[in-house]
Design a protein around this ligand. Structure first.
Ligand SMILES: [Zn+2]
Length: 179
């Protein structure tokens, strides 16, 4: 095994481990607080999840959640091999909370890079389709995102390029959005 395939394997392992750690964090928090939990992360394709501008984008998303949602409390934010993330607890009806998060995911063009999961007290994830809302669209074409993902319709470098464009668009607008 050469060095690059070894490091690729290590990266894949780290991604899996961090995914497990995230799930543990969510479950531990749910058991402790017994109210809905929101997990915010960024949808970044490719191996490198912390690109220039992703930190600012994550901070902006966290700020949006804190200002647009009632009775929300930020518990933790950080970055791991999967990228930037944040954990919140929200006191309220879980369907209402999910609707608010979908509104945020659709607020600006760059919000499509936000992935905001809502869990009820029994750790069940509330999905868009549970609320009769449309599924998320692909970043590149007009099809549904999961269809393009399962069909592997777009090359990874094509997706990364599109994400760079979206982040650049965010950085150029950021100062006017915050004022
Ligand atoms: Zn597509």
């Amino acid at each position: 095994m050469d060095l690059s395939s070894m490091s690729l394997e290590k990266l894949r392992n780290d991604l899996l481990l961090d995914r497990e750690k995230r799930e543990e964090k969510i479950c531990e928090l749910l058991q402790r607080v017994k109210i809905p939990v929101v997990f915010f992360s960024l949808n970044i394709p490719g191996e490198n999840k912390a690109l220039p501008g992703t930190k600012e984008l994550a901070s902006f998303g966290i700020k949006l959640i804190c200002t647009k949602v009632k009775d929300v409390q930020l518990i933790e934010d950080g970055v791991d091999t999967l990228g930037h993330y944040a954990l919140f607890i929200v006191n309220g009806d879980v369907c209402h909370i999910k609707r608010k998060m979908v509104e945020i995911e659709e607020m600006f063009d760059f919000c499509r890079l936000f992935d905001i999961d809502v869990y009820d007290v029994s750790a069940r994830q509330i999905k868009r389709k549970d609320l009769g809302l449309s599924e998320r669209k692909c970043l590149i074409c007009d099809k549904l995102a999961y269809e393009c993902i399962t069909e592997r319709k777009h090359r990874e470098d094509e997706l990364v390029k599109r994400v760079f464009e979206i982040i650049e668009n965010f950085l150029s607008k950021k100062s006017s959005l915050l004022s």
